[in-house]
Design a protein around this ligand. Structure first.
Ligand code: E4P
Length: 226
């Protein structure tokens, strides 16, 4: 069970990494487009810099930004050329008929692939069979259409486990803390979470109440005001 950071923001990534819990980072073109406009390869290098500053060795996913298969392969190669010094680089390729050939080609070149934008059991199975190292199921977007996203995760989990396939399930498209909990309980190997939720995941009003009481009681006993 792992949590990834779903962000390309250097401050958010830094704040999460310094707290020790993240096991990877995922980005996509929309997430990158929220950062200051500039050379995206340099920005991705800066993300690697933050990872290395804290001594982590964790996967970083970057996504191709074309819909044409031959351009996807070229973009993946370009990412590897500029960022390949980081051994845990993964290239995200969306699921699709022509995209399966992209996945196969990248794996043939020994490039790790995270097959993204999967909304269904059959898409996840096809991605795994084509050789993806990770399949990303989009929890929130599956629910948008009225489907049971946890059920999809459970089905994929069951098949991967029964066949012993070495593919990890990433659940993304998180909209609520409950999505994180449900995805983990349904068998996701990884949930990639927008950083805004992490702090909330540590908080509870009864925790605040308990801590305040403990500190207050002991301060009174010490004869100090807290
Ligand atoms: C996962 O890797 C994606 O970056 C992400 O979670 C996309 O989700 P959203 O666009 O539905 O928020």
């Amino acid at each position: 069970m792992k949590l990834f950071i779903d962000s390309a923001n250097l401050t958010e990534i830094d704040e999460a990494l310094q707290r020790g819990f993240p096991r990877g980072i995922t980005t996509n073109p929309s997430i990158l487009s929220r950062e200051e406009r500039g050379d995206f390869r340099e920005h991705l290098k800066r993300i690697i810099g933050v990872i290395e500053k804290y001594g982590y060795d964790i996967p970083l996913s970057v996504e191709v930004f074309s819909t044409r298969p031959e351009e996807m392969v070229a973009q993946a190669e370009d990412f590897v050329r500029h960022l390949g010094h980081y051994p845990q680089l993964n290239i995200k390729v969306p699921i699709g008929w022509d995209e399966l050939a992209v996945i196969r080609e990248l794996r043939r070149r020994d490039i790790k692939v995270n097959c993204t934008c999967c909304m269904s059991y059959n898409q996840a199975i096809m991605a795994a069979l084509a050789g993806a190292n990770y399949v990303s199921l989009f929890f929130g977007r599956i629910k948008d259409l009225g489907y049971d996203a946890a059920h999809v995760v459970r089905q994929v989990r069951q098949t991967f486990r029964e066949r012993n396939w070495p593919v990890e399930i990433i659940v993304g498209s998180i909209r609520h803390i409950m999505d994180v909990n449900e995805a983990l309980q349904a068998g996701a190997d990884i949930v990639t979470v927008p950083p805004g939720f992490f702090k909330q995941m540590t908080q509870h009003p009864k925790t605040d109440e308990a801590v305040k009481q403990f500190v207050g009681d002991f301060s009174k006993w010490l004869g100090r005001s807290s």
